[in-house]
Write a protein that binds this ligand. Structure first.
Ligand SMILES: Nc1ncnc2c1ncn2[C@@H]1O[C@H](COP(=O)(O)OP(=O)(O)O)[C@@H](O)[C@H]1O
Ligand SMILES: [Mg+2]
Length: 364
C-alpha cells in the first residue's frame, strides 16, 4: 500500500479545467471515495492518479515519490496500481481464470505460481469453481467480481475504482458493497473509489471527498459529512438536505444555537467557531429526519406530497410562513396532500460560512 499525495493537481482540456487545483492527502491503506455529479472531474482525477493522462500542473506522489508533475511522468505500469472500471473490461475470448491471470502473465509470472495466485484471488471474491466460464456466461455482479479478482491477483499498492457498481441492479449493489469492504480489509490496499452515489460512498469509505466543477469542496468521514456539511453545496448534495434561511436568536447549550425560522424557535447544532451573533441571519441545513409531525410546538405547514416508503412515509411540506420552501419530512404514516400540519424542528446544522461572513461584516 502507498500513501497518495495530490498537490494542486490541475488538468485542462483546452480552456476548461476538468480538475482544478485539487490537494488531497490519502493515507496508506485508506479507503477514500470521490463523490460528485457527472462531469465534475472524478474520472479525470482517477486517470491522473493512474498515469493514463499527464497533469497540466501540480504534483502527484506515492509514498513521497513523485509520480507526476513538472515534466515527470511515471508510466501506469510502473505505478503498481490496479484499476476496476464500470465496464469490467474483461477479455470476451478468455475464460475467468485466463482473465484473472492475464496481468500476471504480462508480468512474466507463469505455471504453479500463477495458478495459485489466480485461485486465491477467485476465492477472495467467492468465485472458486468459475475458472472455465466465459464472461458472456456470467451475471453482471459476477463479471465485476472477476474484474476485482484480476485486480487483486496483481497485489497492487493502490486500487482505483471508477463507478464499478453503476451497471448493477440495486440489490446486487448492496452485496457488492460488502465485497469491496472485505476486499479492502483483506488487501489493506489504498483505495480511491469514484462514484456519483452518495449512499455507496458513505457506506464504504473511510473519508469522502465531495467534488464539484473540478474542485474538492470538502473531505470528511461520512458521519461528519452528513451531519456537519461545511457549505450549502455539500449540504444539498449529500443526503438531499434542505437549506433554509434562519435568524440566530442566541447561543443555546454548548455546540448549539437557538434559531428562529418560520415563526418558530428551535435549538440546532452549530460549530462554536461559526456561531453568529444574535440577530444575524444564517443558513440552516435540515434533513428529513430533523423534522417531525408535532401535536404542540412547531411551525404551521401544508402537506404538498405524501409518499409511502414501507417503514415510514416521506412528506413534502410547505411552511405557511414561506410557502415556496418545500421541505421533506419523515413521518410514521401517510398524510393526505392539502392537510394542515404542525412541524417540529428536532435537529439541524447551522452552516458555517454565512455566519462567518456576518461576523466579518460586523468586524469591518
Ligand atoms: N479527453 C477529454 N477531452 C476534453 N474534455 C474532457 C476529456 N475528458 C473529460 N473531459 C471533460 O472534463 C470534465 C470532467 O469529466 P470527467 O472527469 O469524465 O467527469 P466525471 O467522471 O466526474 O463524470 C467534463 O466536462 C468532460 O467533458
Ligand atoms: Mg466518470
Amino acid at each position: 500500500m502507498s500513501a497518495i499525495s495530490l498537490s494542486a493537481v490541475t488538468k485542462r482540456f483546452g480552456d476548461a479545467a476538468a480538475v482544478d487545483g485539487v490537494s488531497l492527502e490519502i493515507a496508506a491503506g485508506e479507503f477514500v471515495a470521490l463523490l460528485g455529479a457527472s462531469g465534475c472531474g472524478k474520472t479525470t482525477l482517477l486517470r491522473l492518479i493512474a498515469g493514463f493522462d499527464t497533469l497540466t500542473s501540480g504534483w502527484i506522489r506515492f509514498d513521497g515519490v513523485p509520480m507526476a508533475g513538472e515534466g515527470r511522468h511515471v508510466a501506469p505500469e510502473d505505478r503498481n496500481v490496479g484499476i476496476v472500471f464500470q465496464s469490467y473490461a474483461l477479455w470476451p475470448h478468455m475464460n475467468v481464470a485466463e482473465n484473472v491471470g492475464y496481468p500476471l502473465r504480462v508480468r512474466g509470472i507463469r505455471g504453479a505460481a500463477k495458478a495459485d495466485q489466480v485461485a486465491e484471488a477467485l476465492a477472495a471474491v467467492d468465485l472458486s469453481g468459475f475458472e472455465n466460464r466465459r464472461p458472456a456466461d456470467l451475471s453482471g455482479g459476477q463479471r465485476q467480481r472477476v474484474a476485482l479478482a484480476r485486480c487483486l491477483a496483481m497485489d497492487p499498492a493502490v486500487v482505483l475504482l471508477d463507478e464499478p457498481l453503476a451497471n448493477l441492479d440495486v440489490n446486487l449493489r448492496a452485496s457488492m458493497e460488502d465485497t469491496f469492504k472485505e476486499f479492502h480489509e483483506r488487501t489493506k490496499a489504498t483505495m480511491v473509489y469514484v462514484t456519483h452515489d452518495q449512499t455507496e460512498a458513505m457506506a464504504m469509505a473511510d473519508r469522502v471527498a465531495v467534488m464539484e466543477a473540478g474542485k474538492v469542496l470538502q473531505v470528511s468521514d461520512p458521519v461528519a459529512l452528513y451531519g456537519e456539511p461545511a457549505s450549502e453545496a455539500v449540504a444539498r448534495f449529500v443526503g438531499n438536505g434542505s437549506v433554509v434561511q434562519c435568524r440566530v436568536v442566541g447561543p443555546a447549550a454548548s455546540g448549539k444555537a437557538r434559531v428562529a425560522l418560520f415563526d418558530h424557535e428551535a435549538d440546532v447544532r452549530a460549530a462554536p467557531a461559526t456561531l453568529a451573533p444574535s440577530g444575524a441571519s444564517a443558513r440552516l441545513c435540515l434533513r428529513p429526519e430533523h423534522l417531525g409531525l408535532s401535536d404542540g410546538e412547531g411551525f404551521a405547514a401544508r402537506v404538498v406530497k405524501s409518499t409511502f416508503k414501507g417503514s415510514h412515509a416521506l412528506l413534502e411540506v410547505a411552511p405557511e410562513a414561506a410557502p415556496r420552501e418545500i421541505l421533506p419530512v419523515w413521518a410514521p404514516r401517510l398524510v393526505p396532500a392539502g392537510t394542515s400540519v404542525t412541524i417540529r424542528v428536532q435537529d439541524g446544522w447551522l452552516l458555517p460560512g454565512v455566519a462567518a461572513s456576518v461576523s466579518a461584516a460586523r468586524a469591518a
